[in-house]
Design a protein around this ligand. Structure first.
Ligand SMILES: [Zn+2]
Length: 93
């Protein structure tokens, strides 16, 4: 199964203004935990940002779970179908 297609980006929103543009507070450290909102200049850590957006993220996770369950079911059906399709061609040597 191709896990790549379950990748999706969740837009993290600023809890203060709903802005979506963030930049690291220290420009020399792009991996900086502390992010700054471009709209309202609120400084927030990445963890905090994720926590503030957890409802939004959970929605995506549930969606992915549902999709995966459907895909697994379809895959099983396909495999079963091919097993039954091939059965009449089985010859005993
Ligand atoms: Zn903001």
């Amino acid at each position: 199964m191709d896990a790549e297609k379950y990748n999706r980006s969740v837009t993290l929103l600023c809890p203060t203004c709903g802005g979506t543009q963030f930049s690291p507070v220290s420009p020399d450290n792009i991996e900086s935990e502390l992010q700054k909102c471009a709209s309202c200049s609120r400084e927030i850590t990445r963890d905090e940002l994720i926590r503030e957006n957890s409802e939004n993220i959970n929605e995506h996770v549930n969606e992915i779970k549902k999709e995966m369950t459907e895909d697994v079911a379809n895959e099983l059906k396909k495999q079963l179908a091919s097993v039954f399709k091939g059965s009449k061609f089985i010859k005993i040597k």
